[in-house]
Structure formats: structure tokens, C-alpha cells
Design a protein around this ligand. Structure first.
Ligand SMILES: [Fe+2]
Length: 252
């Protein structure tokens, strides 16, 4: 009765996960939640995040008020680095996720947390995805490294080494720190978008901070359901970009 539908070869498989952002569907309270999160996080990150993050916030006008409309955001982002955002209904399968990155497409959740979830949300919402990740996509070096991470992800999954790329991504792009003028600063989006963990990652004396090393980071499992017990600190933003650009999926 029903035939399976195979998209034409010109359509990337990841497009099956892309949806309309339905920006008009965000309520006044949704926009107010964004503004609350944005204001306190922008103040908290001053002096705590790698400098290109704030340059990206300004270039992309992410503080204009309310949940950003992806069409307007893409009109600014695309000319800068060739990256664009697409809406997705939540986490997408790893293979589709990395296929998106390999094409300079960043998936953004089509929802924002409720007011009673301001401090912690396990599943990434559009505040995490946009505020946490997108400012650095306006930086040429990060833009290239994120695309390379996508390519590495596809290669790693094909080689049965999905955990290798998941750990590299987690310990750098999500929860990594990087030195700037010698001092650790936030690099990862999971930290940049978290009120509690942004401060903890840099200032809690009980937290271990290890020098980032590709071999060690990709051997280190992580938890996605709690604050991190330790962080990897790269020597600089440029150093972590160079490491990702040069990384090769190890043989089995
Ligand atoms: Fe993320």
C-alpha cells in the first residue's frame, strides 16, 4: 500500500530532519525568556569567554530582543562564513548531525525552555544552540573547524568509531576551555549558555582542569546528564582549531 520514499540523490539525507522554525509561534513569554537568559549570560561571560564570541554576538545582532528568527540570522551569518542555521525538532541522529556540519549547516532546536527551567535543561533548546554555538560560527577559524568536525564525524561513524568524534566534540566544542593571554576562558557552547556551569568551569577550585590533548580527550568518556567533573583546557583558540583541522580518525 505505502511505498518507502527515497529522496532524490541531490537532496542530502539530513534534510529529512529540518523543519520550519515557525518563528511566529513563539509566544511573548518565550521571547521574554530569551531576553532574560541573554541579559544575564551576556553579563556573566564578559571576560570569561574567548573574545571572538562577543564579536559574533554583535555581528549577528543576537541581542536585538527575543528569540532570533533564523531567516534574519542567516542573512547575517551566511555572508560571513557560509554557515546557516536550520530548525530541528530536537536532537538529531549523530550521522545527520555531522552531515549537516560538513555542509556548514547548524541545527537549532525549534523550542525554548520554560521559565522554570532557566538554569538547567538536558536537551538543547534554541538558547543553547543559538547563543551558545552560533556566535563562534561567525569566526573564520571556528567555521572551518566545525565543518571539519562534521567530516570527521561522518568518517568516524563509518569506521565504527563514533565515540571518538563524540568525545572530541564534547571536550572542545561543547565543554572545552581555551587559554587567552594565558588565562582559561570558555570556548564550549554548553558552558557559554549555562549560568551555573560557566562560572564553575573557570572558578570552582575543586574542579580539575586538564591540558587539552587530542589523544587523551578522545579516550575520555563524558556525562551528558550532569555538570562536568573536569574540563580540558586548550593552549589557545587557535590551537584547538588547528588540532581539529589536522585530526584524523584513528584506525580500529
Ligand atoms: Fe551544543
Amino acid at each position: 500500500m505505502f511505498q518507502s520514499f527515497d529522496p532524490p540523490p541531490s537532496t542530502p539525507a539530513w534534510q529529512a530532519h529540518a523543519i520550519d522554525q515557525c518563528w511566529q509561534g513563539f509566544t511573548a513569554d518565550d521571547h521574554a525568556v530569551w531576553d532574560t537568559l541573554y541579559a544575564r549570560q551576556e553579563a556573566l561571560l564578559r571576560g570569561r569567554v574567548v573574545s571572538p564570541f562577543f564579536e559574533g554576538l554583535d555581528q549577528l545582532d543576537l541581542g536585538a530582543g527575543g528569540v532570533p528568527e533564523l531567516e534574519r540570522l542567516n542573512a547575517r551569518l551566511l555572508p560571513l562564513t557560509g554557515w546557516r542555521c536550520v530548525a530541528v525538532p530536537g536532537l538529531v541522529p549523530d550521522e545527520a548531525f555531522f552531515a549537516m556540519l560538513a555542509e556548514r549547516v547548524f541545527p537549532v532546536g525549534d523550542f525554548i525552555r520554560r521559565r522554570d527551567q532557566l538554569d538547567y535543561l538536558e536537551e538543547p533548546d534554541c538558547f543553547h544552540d543559538i547563543f551558545g554555538h552560533v556566535p563562534l560560527l561567525a569566526h573564520g577559524g571556528v567555521a572551518a573547524a566545525m565543518q571539519r568536525a562534521g567530516e570527521l564525524g561522518l568518517e568516524a561513524i563509518a569506521a565504527g568509531r563514533g565515540e571518538w568524534i563524540a568525545r572530541l566534540y564534547w571536550h572542545t566544542i561543547e565543554f572545552g576551555l581555551a587559554r587567552q593571554a594565558g588565562e582559561p576562558r570558555i570556548l564550549g557552547a554548553g558552558l557559554a549558555s549555562s549560568f551555573g556551569e560557566a562560572r564553575q568551569s573557570l572558578e570552582d577550585p575543586a574542579i580539575e582542569r586538564r591540558r587539552f590533548d587530542l589523544t587523551q580527550a578522545t579516550a575520555e568518556p563524558y556525562r551528558h546528564d550532569a555538570m562536568q567533573p573536569f574540563y580540558f583546557v586548550a593552549d589557545s583558540l587557535d590551537a584547538v582549531i588547528a588540532t581539529i583541522m589536522a585530526a584524523q580518525v584513528p584506525g580500529r
